[in-house]
Design a protein around this ligand. Structure first.
Ligand code: AMP
Length: 286
């Protein structure tokens, strides 16, 4: 496994792989690797000749009051996991290499998918940072396929859109959310939770499942589904709800009536830790 920290070194290695006709799968991450990340790596290993894993805690996607400084950094363990899972190249640039002095070019997207819905409302500018760093990484790695996790549903929609809109020649594959035994979505931020918060955090996934069950039982009013999900979190935890919403999976706009597939998505703060989760519910009947 090659560990690369500079852009010239990465470009050289990628050029060599391309000359040899190798297909490249790319898994962008911020490190603190868990089984969710590893599922993306495994998928890439199955479909591509070479798997490139990036580990980069991207300052541009954190708000001024967010956890950039204390975001978990577990480099030795990450490298061990990447090696064990057969990653060929780890790309871990410095913030300075990605954003040198004078950096002035950003990927700016329509706010209706980045800033006015779901996570974007409470994290304005977050997806601007995500889109910019991923555009840069795609230019550097030039992958055939990029692997993303469904856990970050809005990120998947935003990046799909960006790749299409900018005609980036990379296919986006979205992999299912990997969960703990009790259903909690795996996340690097779960390690911030106290044991009491950890127990309560399951209320978020339970609320989404409750919403799904209501839809399966033919409830079609989004407002009723959302209030049932909110009540569940409020009754079963001290979590502070950021949002619990039923939206169109393609546009992320709120739904009034359930018709076709629905994305049930939520963000809840347990103590100081903001967790997100979502499920897609197909509906086949009116
Ligand atoms: P992050 O390191 O949090 O930026 O995540 C890197 C990638 O891993 C993103 O595409 C995430 O959606 C994906 N990911 C994070 N958690 C999970 C999970 N529990 N299941 C599947 N994919 C995940």
């Amino acid at each position: 496994m090659k560990i690369i920290t500079t852009i010239p070194q990465l470009r050289k290695t990628i050029a060599t792989m391309r000359r040899k006709g190798r297909s490249i799968g790319f898994v962008p991450t911020m490190g603190a690797l868990h089984n969710g990340h590893l599922s993306l790596i495994r998928r890439s290993k199955k479909q591509s000749d070479i798997t490139v894993l990036s580990i980069f805690v991207n300052p541009a996607q954190f708000g001024p009051k967010e956890d950039y400084k204390k975001y978990p950094r577990t480099w030795p363990a990450d490298i061990q996991k990447a090696r064990r899972d057969g990653v060929e190249i780890v790309f871990a640039p410095t913030a300075h290499a990605m954003y040198p002095r004078g950096f002035a070019t950003w990927v700016s997207m329509d706010k209706s998918i980045t800033d006015t819905v779901l996570c974007g409302r409470s994290r304005p500018g977050h997806f601007h940072g995500v889109a910019t760093v991923v555009a840069k990484l795609l230019n550097l790695v030039q992958p055939d396929i990029m692997y993303l996790g469904q856990k970050d549903a809005q990120q998947c929609v935003v990046l799909h859109r960006m790749v299409n809109d900018l005609n980036i020649p990379t296919r986006v594959v979205v992999c299912p959310t990997v969960r703990e035994k009790d259903g909690l979505a795996m996340s690097s931020r779960n390690q911030y939770l106290s044991s009491a918060e950890r127990q309560e955090a399951i209320a978020l996934y339970q609320a989404l499942c409750l919403g799904r069950d209501l839809i399966r039982n033919r409830e079609r009013h989004a407002s009723r589904i959302c209030s049932a999900m909110r009540q569940h979190v409020q009754k079963n935890s001290r979590g502070v709800i950021d949002y619990l919403n039923a939206v169109d999976p393609a546009t992320l706009q709120s739904l009034r009536k359930i018709r076709g597939a629905v994305l049930l998505a939520g963000a809840v703060r347990f103590g100081n830790t903001r967790l997100i989760d979502n499920i897609i519910v197909p509906t086949y009947n009116g």
